[in-house]
Ligand binder design. Sequence first.
Ligand SMILES: NC(=O)C1=CN([C@@H]2O[C@H](COP(=O)(O)OP(=O)(O)OC[C@H]3O[C@@H](n4cnc5c(N)ncnc54)[C@H](OP(=O)(O)O)[C@@H]3O)[C@@H](O)[C@H]2O)C=CC1
Ligand SMILES: O=C[C@H](O)[C@@H](O)[C@@H](O)[C@H](O)C(=O)O
Length: 304
Amino acid sequence: MPATTSVTLNTGAIMPTVGLGTWKSKPGQVEHAVEYALKNGYRHIDTAAGYQNETEVGQGLKASGVPREQIFVTTKLDNPDQRNVPEALESSLQKLDTPYIDLWLMHWPAPMTRNGKADKGHDWLDTWKAMEDLHLAHPEKLRAIGNAANSRLLSGVSNFSVEYLERLLKVARVVPAANQIELHPSCPQHDVVEFCQSKGIVLTAYSPLGSDNSPLLKNEVVNKIASKYGVSPANVLVSLHANKPLHTVLPKSVTNERILANAKIVDLTEEDINDLHKIDETHHFRACHPAWTGWGGLGFPDCK
Ligand SMILES: NC(=O)C1=CN([C@@H]2O[C@H](COP(=O)(O)OP(=O)(O)OC[C@H]3O[C@@H](n4cnc5c(N)ncnc54)[C@H](OP(=O)(O)O)[C@@H]3O)[C@@H](O)[C@H]2O)C=CC1
Ligand SMILES: O=C[C@H](O)[C@@H](O)[C@@H](O)[C@H](O)C(=O)O
């Protein structure tokens, strides 16, 4: 299958395959990164309330001059806001200075207190129910969950394992449109990928390069494939997802040349993909281990 440039969500909305990541992209830098990306062809930006840069991301959206309706914007409900879902949505809309969000994700199935501890008195399933209620009441604010012509209202999740998705889907009125999870050759999560694909849930690959100072950029297999196509290792790591059904991918950079370069996607062969998947057999890692939430491994088999 040739690499895709967009996927269709279960709402019918179109989500561009490559989006600019903004975790750790600081105010002062991120406005320019977003503006530069949009001026150079990106149409998908990923942020989160937890990144504390929504205001500056919003400034970058405006500065680009690209009409809002041509841009796919994802943001996320922060873990300490799981008891305050409507207020959190309003806060993100205000900071991003936008009338709607294209995709709103529960950042982690892990309610937390404001002082960084697990909030064991709250169930993330109740958070999802509150997100569903909001979507049903305000479809105009959450584009990816539907519109007047499509009353099937959908939103998304992030960091959901198969075990957690199964619990969600048992009671959900709304099938998540996307599950944003860590995906790269050293964290392929085939179980979650297959499960989501079987339910029509789009996978969004986070930390696709392996995050900061990634060993994957120096990996021999990645470099060999990069040489074969005359591209950089980052292009191979981004392309890996663009070559799979129902996948999108979020390379992050605040460096102009990298923002530009990372958007180039190449077609990979099945053999290339199999070789990249073998990397995990000898070198597995996660950039974002779920244990930081205080909720343990969140049902991920490699996090027990
Ligand atoms: N839902 C969730 O829980 C999570 C979501 N995410 C999302 O996914 C995005 C991507 O993940 P992230 O962890 O940021 O990591 P990435 O895998 O995108 O790697 C980013 C790092 O690689 C560097 N880099 C970027 N391009 C290149 C290149 N071409 N060559 C060499 N180095 C490069 C960046 O540096 P520099 O910027 O200095 O150029 C930065 O240090 C996040 O920004 C966020 O939007 C990430 C983690 C968790
Ligand atoms: O989206 C990014 C990640 O989920 C990030 O928000 C968490 O992983 C957390 O901040 C951490 O410190 O590990």
